[in-house]
Structures are given as C-alpha cells and as structure tokens.
Design a protein around this ligand. Structure first.
Ligand SMILES: *[C@@H]1O[C@H](CO)[C@@H](O)[C@H](O)[C@H]1NC(C)=O
Ligand SMILES: *[C@@H]1O[C@H](CO)[C@@H](O)[C@H](O)[C@H]1NC(C)=O
Ligand SMILES: *[C@@H]1O[C@H](CO)[C@@H](O)[C@H](O)[C@H]1NC(C)=O
Ligand SMILES: *[C@@H]1O[C@H](CO)[C@@H](O)[C@H](O)[C@H]1NC(C)=O
Ligand SMILES: *[C@@H]1O[C@H](CO)[C@@H](O)[C@H](O)[C@H]1NC(C)=O
Ligand SMILES: *[C@@H]1O[C@H](CO)[C@@H](O)[C@H](O)[C@H]1NC(C)=O
Ligand SMILES: *[C@@H]1O[C@H](CO)[C@@H](O)[C@H](O)[C@H]1NC(C)=O
Ligand SMILES: *[C@@H]1O[C@H](CO)[C@@H](O)[C@H](O)[C@H]1NC(C)=O
Ligand SMILES: *[C@@H]1O[C@H](CO)[C@@H](O)[C@H](O)[C@H]1NC(C)=O
Ligand SMILES: *[C@@H]1O[C@H](CO)[C@@H](O)[C@H](O)[C@H]1NC(C)=O
Ligand SMILES: *[C@@H]1O[C@H](CO)[C@@H](O)[C@H](O)[C@H]1NC(C)=O
Length: 565
C-alpha cells in the first residue's frame, strides 16, 4: 500500500487533468503502482523522520526539506486523495467525517456529565490530516493566547514571532467588490487593512465566501444591538466582535485549500519523501543515553499491510501524529506513566506521567431554529431543485457560489458581554473560584488556570458563537420543505481536564479518549450563559422577524445544557 511521493506525483498529474475522475479509481492506480515500496523507503537515509502527514507534520517537513537542507521521510497511515469532492468542495464540509476512508473515527469514553454519552471525534486519516475534514474556517486566536505559550516557556511562540509564520503559509485573496457583505460586515474595511496580516506566497489559499444567505446580515445587526460590535480586522490579534471570517478556499478553483498543498509543493523535491498507507507503531531508541542522560530516538517502526519495517533517522524523529496518537506512540514506545505502561506490559524507558494528561477540548452547545418561508439559507440546496441545479452549474463553470462557501459568520465575546448582567457575571466568577479552591491542581493546571483567569479579567474572549445558515448539524433531522439557522455556543478556554491513554499494547487499537467534558462547573455555567445569549439574539431585531420557532432543543426544553459535541 505504501509508495514514494515521486510515483504519486506521476499519478496525480494524470488525474488532475481529468476533472471528474472517480477518486476510488485514482487511489487504486496509486496503490498498484507502489505496492512494493515500504522496504525501499526503509532503506533510505534520512536526516528526519516525521510521523504523520497532517497539519503540523507536512508544514514542518516542507520547511526542513526546503532548499535541499535536509532529507526528510514522512510516514502517513492515510492516502493522498486529490480530486475528491468530499474533500475539495467546500460546501460538502462534514460529509467525510465518520467515513473510514478519511477518518480515524475516534469516540470518547462515556462522559459522566453527558449522561454517559460518547462523543465522536473525527480525525483526518489522509494526507493533509484533519485539514481535509474540518469546516474550512481560517481564523486566529487572540494575541494574548499565543503570548501565553511563550510565557510558560516556549520561546518564539509569541504573537509577534508567529505572525511571520502565518504570513509565510498563506496566500491571501482580498474581498472583491462583487462579494457583497453589506453594511455590517463592511467589505472595504476588511479589504484594505487585512492584507498586512497575511502573505501572498504561501501554499494555503485564504479567501472569503462569495455567497451570502438572507440570515447573515440580520444576524450581524442583532449581534451589534447586543453589544457585540463588528470587527473588520479580526486577524490582527484582537478577535473580539462579530466578523466575516476568511476561509481556506482557493478562489480560482473553488476547492478546499489544506495541508496536502505542502506535499504538492514538494512533489519534485527529492529531499521530501512521503510514504503513504504506512502506520507508525513505535519510536525506536538507542540502548545508550546521551551525555545529558536523555534517551535518543534512532528511527521509527511502521506497519504496511501486516508487515513491519524500520526506518532510521540520522538526526531526529518528529512526532506529529495528532493530539490522540502522539501520546499513544510515546506510550507504546515506553515513554509515559510507568503504572499505565506496566498494565500493558510495556517496558518503561522514561517515567513521564504527564504524557496523555491535561487533555482539553472546547465543548459546544448547538441550537437550531426554523426560519420563515422564503428566507434563503443553504437549505435551498436540499429543498429547491432549481436552486441546487443552478448552484452546481455555477460551481462547475466559475467555481464559486454557494458550493464554494462555508461557515464564515463567527463572533467572539468576553463572558462579561455574554452574561445577562453584573450579578450573573459575578456568579459565574464565583462558581470558578469556589471550584478551583476545592480542587487539587497539578502545577501545570495551576499555571494555566492563572492565565485563563487573567484572560477572563482582561476580556479576552472566552465564548465563540458560530452561525450556520442551515439545518442538519444538530440531532433533529431537517424537514424536506423547511429552512433553518443554527447557532453554536462554544467554550474557548474550558477548565475541565481529561486524558488520552493507550487501552492496549496493540498499536492498531485506538487509544481511549476521555476529555471529561463539563467536569468543571464553570464550564457548565458558562455554556448555559452562551445558550441563553443565543436565545436572546434570535429575539432581537432584525433577526427576530426571520425566525419561526426553535426546533432543537424543542421549546418545551427549558433547563440544562444541551450538549452537541
Ligand atoms: C467578480 O468580479 C471580478 C472582477 O472584479 C470578475 O472577474 C469575476 O468574474 C466576478 N465574479 C463573479 C462571481 O461575478
Ligand atoms: C477589538 O475589536 C473590537 C471590535 O472592533 C473593539 O470593539 C474593541 O475595542 C477592540 N479591542 C481592543 C483592545 O482594541
Ligand atoms: C499514573 O497512572 C496511575 C494509574 O492511572 C495513576 O493512579 C497515577 O496517579 C498516575 N501517576 C501520576 C504521577 O500522574
Ligand atoms: C428556487 O430557487 C430558484 C433559483 O434560485 C428561485 O428563483 C425560486 O424562487 C426558488 N423557489 C422557492 C420556492 O423558493
Ligand atoms: C459538470 O461538468 C461535467 C463535465 O465537465 C459534467 O459531466 C457534469 O454533469 C457537470 N455537472 C453539473 C452539475 O453541471
Ligand atoms: C440577571 O441575570 C440573571 C441570569 O440570567 C437573571 O436571573 C436575573 O433576573 C438578572 N437580574 C437582573 C437584575 O436583571
Ligand atoms: C478561595 O480561596 C481564597 C484563598 O484561600 C479565598 O481568599 C477566597 O475567598 C476563596 N474563594 C471562594 C469563592 O471560595
Ligand atoms: C482584574 O483586573 C483589575 C484591574 O484591571 C484588578 O484590579 C483586579 O485585581 C483583577 N482581578 C483579578 C481577579 O485578577
Ligand atoms: C423527504 O424526502 C425523502 C426523499 O426525497 C422522502 O423519502 C421522505 O419521505 C420525505 N419526507 C417528508 C416528511 O416529506
Ligand atoms: C478498552 O479495552 C477494554 C478491554 O479490551 C474494552 O472493553 C474497552 O471497550 C476499551 N475501551 C476503549 C475506550 O476503547
Ligand atoms: C417536549 O415535547 C415533546 C413532544 O411533545 C415530548 O416528546 C418531550 O418529552 C417534551 N420534553 C420535555 C423536556 O418536556
């Protein structure tokens, strides 16, 4: 199944010229051409071995192999899937999630605070990683959030340093005059000032939607009425406000732009060698420690179709297998909490109990409303065949329109803005203080909580609202003749902490993921405030006039956090 990038390059070139080649066929060709290659990959001499051709791995590998500086080998379990509409067409976002062709299909362990529910966690098993599966919103965090990385000891990870890297990866296309975002999301202000925060030579295409639904502008105006002002410069380090987010879409082709572009860029670079369909099973270490007393990684063992191979790294092994599988590989290789390793019969090389701990995930709660007849949303694609045919035709000919669009209307707010009043805000802070006082914290947690509390006090936004102009992403199935709007309230900096650990010594088994959602009562109280704010928003004009009724949860649902994962 594995193959080198040069052989893929030839196949990809052949398929790229034929727009509607079935993706299954191109995968078939690729695999046949390269069936015997893992041993040749394993016998090559590399300076670096990168585990995982995802968002981080491909960017790092590309940088290292630039200008012939170093030879880099990359191991990836998934395949490169060019010309696949379930990856490429922006409006298809979410449709490849849960499909084993693209997705590792993680599920959490049963979550006590969610009545024992498990929550699916799509993770990309494909060249490009989870950037082939996400919803294409290309936005940034607040300056303070990056600066905190540097503050806890990661030199060079502050906002000022990182903005140079942000510029390096992006190729920014400004809003054009015919991409109308009237009044509230002013096109000109974004157009004229945002360019300084993006690059023009990077491989990731960054642009704006060219299609606007009827709910977007009223939504923005309702936000403005509730004190969330429009932010025309959201990539500047200040994310506060409601804004028209850039998206990772190539405006020329109308396709998703994602980390696989780093691979495409390096197809002719013989210092960049990607082995696909190969699953890393262990990092190998030298039997002797170095002069500082540290273990030294020498290479990686990987599996292709049941056969095991080992490839050597002259300089370093770079582990970029994602938030769940990087700790899994460390543990399988003997680095982690020795009690856990012993349980699975793994010899401890380094007793490092932090591995797999302190897992955080931003919980969200989505609600869906029915909108009045005649209000145009993405649901038109589902309920109006004339509209759907015109959209497909437009995408086919000019590569734009609704099928080239994705989620773009996002808002970030401080808890003070989200909370109903001073009393509600005070109660929220008290809930947090009381819980922290009664909880025993690790030193890292302590440091993180101090920073998170400071952010709350400095009004660094802790709540995100994502507006989806469509039904279909909550539990209630949309009706055939009806249009909807979803607002999701998302906790940006949860205080709940979970973990991810191996559940077997077999590297083919997925690790157990336990985010411990909502175990901090602050997270529950904050999400409830977010859910209430969304309800206030749909009662605010001019949005209120477009709304029929709340569908999910039903209007008779009046208390408790409705968690959607
Ligand atoms: C938008 O305008 C540009 C020129 O300003 C034009 O080239 C392009 O075709 C227009 N796109 C649409 C979808 O009208
Ligand atoms: C951030 O942007 C918002 C929206 O434009 C604005 O209201 C706010 O004052 C800005 N905050 C800072 C610290 O500049
Ligand atoms: C190691 O794991 C065991 C078993 O889960 C746990 O009881 C122990 O607290 C962990 N050790 C540390 C230092 O976290
Ligand atoms: C269906 O879509 C077409 C094309 O956008 C539009 O003209 C028509 O009014 C729509 N029909 C309904 C019932 O909304
Ligand atoms: C798109 O164009 C291709 C040919 O280039 C054609 O086979 C296909 O039917 C078209 N699809 C739509 C929806 O127009
Ligand atoms: C403040 O907000 C809380 C929570 O929404 C609400 O119960 C309370 O009545 C409000 N108090 C005032 C004075 O408006
Ligand atoms: C938390 O503990 C601190 C110090 O012990 C104390 O000053 C504070 O009042 C406590 N806060 C709450 C809400 O219990
Ligand atoms: C919040 O900030 C204010 C001034 O900006 C400061 O006086 C206060 O002590 C801070 N509160 C906390 C809990 O850090
Ligand atoms: C909705 O459409 C599907 C397929 O077109 C059909 O099977 C189903 O019966 C329809 N449901 C309703 C409620 O009309
Ligand atoms: C962990 O392994 C046990 C025993 O094989 C199994 O029953 C359990 O479902 C696994 N848990 C997860 C989260 O995979
Ligand atoms: C809400 O109403 C529906 C249908 O009438 C019913 O099935 C459901 O149990 C009710 N839920 C609550 C929380 O009362």
């Amino acid at each position: 199944m594995g193959f080198r990038h040069r052989l893929v390059a030839a196949t990809a070139a052949a398929t790229l010229s034929t727009v509607n080649v079935a993706s299954a066929q191109s995968v078939e060709l690729v695999n046949r051409a390269t069936a015997s290659d893992p041993s040749s990959f394993a016998s090559q001499s590399f300076d670096y071995i990168v585990v995982g051709a995802g968002t981080a791995g491909l960017a790092v590998a590309s940088k290292l192999a630039q200008d012939g500086k170093a030879r880099v080998g990359i191991i990836e379990a998934g395949l490169y899937l060019p010309n696949d509409p379930l990856i490429d067409v922006p409006k298809n976002f979410g449709q490849n999630n849960g499909n084993p062709k693209y997705d590792w299909r993680f599920n959490t362990t049963p979550q006590a605070e969610l009545s024992g529910r498990t929550v699916p966690h799509p993770r990309g098993k494909v060249v490009g990683g989870s950037t082939a599966l996400n919803y294409l919103v290309f936005n940034r965090a607040s300056k303070q959030e990056y600066d905190a990385w540097a503050e806890i000891g990661n030199d060079g990870w502050d906002w000022n340093s990182l903005t140079n890297s942000f510029r390096e990866v992006s190729h920014y296309t400004s809003i054009t005059d015919n991409q109308t975002f009237p009044n509230s999301l002013d096109a000109n202000s974004i157009n004229s000032q945002s360019e300084q925060y993006h690059g023009t030579d990077g491989v990731i295409q960054v642009s704006y939607n060219t299609f606007e639904t009827d709910v977007q502008d009223p939504y923005v105006q309702a936000m403005n009425s509730l004190g969330v002002s429009t932010n025309s410069l959201p990539d500047s380090g200040n994310i506060t406000g409601v804004y028209n987010s850039p998206t990772a879409v190539d405006r020329t082709t109308g396709k998703r732009s994602y980390a696989a572009s780093f691979y495409v860029k390096n197809m002719d670079n013989d210092h960049f060698v990607l082995l696909q369909g190969a699953r890393a099973t262990k990092i190998d270490f030298s039997p002797n420690k170095n002069k500082d007393g540290n273990v030294v990684a020498t290479g990686v063992t990987f599996d292709v179709s049941g056969t095991s191979y080992t490839v050597k790294a002259g300089k370093e092994v770079i582990l970029s297998a994602g938030v769940f599988q990087s700790p899994q590989l460390l543990e399988l290789s003997g680095i982690g909490n020795s009690t856990i390793l012993q349980r699975f019969g793994i010899n401890t090389l380094v007793d490092l109990p932090g591995v797999g701990e302190n897992l955080m995930d931003h919980a969200m709660s989505a609600q869906m409303w029915q909108v009045n007849p005649g209000v145009v949303t993405w649901d038109q694609l589902r309920i109006n065949t004339t509209f759907a045919a015109a959209a497909a035709q437009q995408y086919n000919t000019t590569h734009d329109g609704v099928l080239a669009s994705t989620i773009n209307t996002v808002a970030f707010s401080s808890f003070r803005t989200v909370a109903d009043n001073d009393t509600a805000y005070g109660d929220l802070l008290n809930t947090l203080d009381q819980w922290i006082n009664s909880t025993s914290l690790t030193p890292l947690q302590s440091k993180q909580y101090d920073i998170q509390k400071r952010w709350i006090n400095e009004s660094v936004p802790g709540m995100e609202f994502v507006m989806i102009p469509s039904g279909g992403l909550t539990r209630t199935r949309p009706a055939n003749d009806t249009s909807y709007m979803i607002i999701s309230a998302i906790l940006q900096h949860p205080f709940s902490r979970g973990n991810v650990h191996i559940n077997s010594s077999d590297p083919m088994e997925l690790p157990a993921v336990d985010p411990k959602y909502l175990t901090s009562p602050f997270d529950v109280a904050a999400l409830v405030q977010g859910v209430q704010f969304a309800n206030k928003l749909v009662s605010t004009e001019p949005l209120a006039s477009l709304i029929t009724t709340r569908i999910d949860p039903a209007t008779n649902f009046t208390s408790g956090a409705h968690f959607e994962g």
